[in-house]
Design a binder for this molecule. Structure first.
Ligand code: THG
Length: 288
């Protein structure tokens, strides 16, 4: 059993520590134009009102890191991600998770980011490891490694574990310490494959046992195509935290999800005296 590692990320004035003994760190997913037509149209017009509003709202709802994705079809992603990051940094000071698969956009983002960012993401593909990881090293960032490679997403937990190992090893060769690598075991959709969720949980357990690294995932992928998504997401979230998830990329504005994270932390001994649970209860029940 490997020891639980601590990943530290920061902004100009805030530091966030991720560790399995600490409360779950919610990475707010909303600043992402995928599937959000209005946000996409705004970003294309270099308007950042929705992005700034989503930034503040997610932090108020408990996100302690914000994911920023500025990938719009035919957009100039290096410029757009810089502008979006500047706009977000102007309204909140939580650390950012830079969400892009484009090495030029990543370089542009890291260049202007103030602090130690979390890069989302690299994977086990040769191209990704060669183009993205050196930038992570150059800027002293932390990085998310996805459990997929040139052959796609493995359908066996042991194979996903092997991809995680390959990413950790390649990072170490460049001088990126293992505690700065956060692994995403990948969540697919249970409506497409009824074993998808269990495969992710099993993979999480194997990776935690072998490496002790922090674990992220886009947990809401689990419910695509089904009704009442937030109930499914909330149940899966609690199960994934039990399996070893430490920093989900999720929507903190969904009350079912936010409460599932708090309840799972309480049940896992990550909320001494129920302080966080009680504080959240009081703020939900504040007289108007
Ligand atoms: N792993 C890692 N990074 C990721 C993902 C992952 N980044 C992107 C994604 N997956 C996580 N982010 C989102 C963002 C939005 C939604 C889901 C995951 C989403 N959007 C609504 C939709 O498409 O129906 C629309 C938004 C709205 O208006 O509410 O669900 O897996 N490392």
């Amino acid at each position: 059993m490997a020891e639980n590692l601590t990943t530290t990320v920061s902004s100009k004035s805030q530091t966030v520590e991720i560790n399995r003994a600490l409360p779950t760190v919610v990475i707010g997913e909303r600043i992402n134009p995928t599937g959000r037509k209005k946000l996409q149209a705004e970003l294309e017009a270099h308007n950042f009102n929705i992005a700034q509003h989503d930034a503040s709202a997610q932090v108020l709802a408990g996100a302690t890191i914000l994911d920023v994705n500025a990938g719009v079809p035919d957009g100039d992603e290096p410029t757009l991600i810089q502008e979006t990051i500047r706009a977000v940094m102007a309204v909140t000071d939580v650390p950012l998770c830079i969400d892009t698969a484009d090495p030029d956009a990543l370089a542009a983002a890291l260049k202007i980011y103030e602090g130690k960012a979390l890069v989302n993401s690299v994977n086990g593909e040769t191209h990704s490891l060669e183009k993205m990881l050196p930038l992570v090293k150059e800027y002293g960032a932390a990085v998310i490694g996805l459990c997929m490679d040139d052959d796609g997403i493995p359908s066996l937990p042991e194979k996903r574990l092997a991809v995680a190992g390959k990413i950790i090893e390649r990072a170490a060769k460049l001088g990126i310490p293992i505690e700065d690598v956060v692994i995403d075991p990948l969540v697919l959709t249970v409506s497409v494959d009824s074993n998808a969720a269990m495969l992710t949980l099993k993979t999480t357990e194997l990776i935690v046992k072998e490496f002790g690294v922090n674990i992220t995932m886009g947990a809401s992928n689990v419910s695509f195509g089904l009704p009442d998504r937030s109930a499914i997401n909330a149940a899966f979230m609690a199960m994934a935290i039990q399996a070893g998830l430490t920093c989900p990329i999720t929507n903190p504005l969904d009350p079912d999800l936010a409460i599932a994270v708090l309840a799972a932390d309480l049940a896992m001994g990550k909320d001494e005296w129920g302080d966080r649970w009680i504080t959240a209860y009081r703020s939900r029940n504040k007289p108007a």
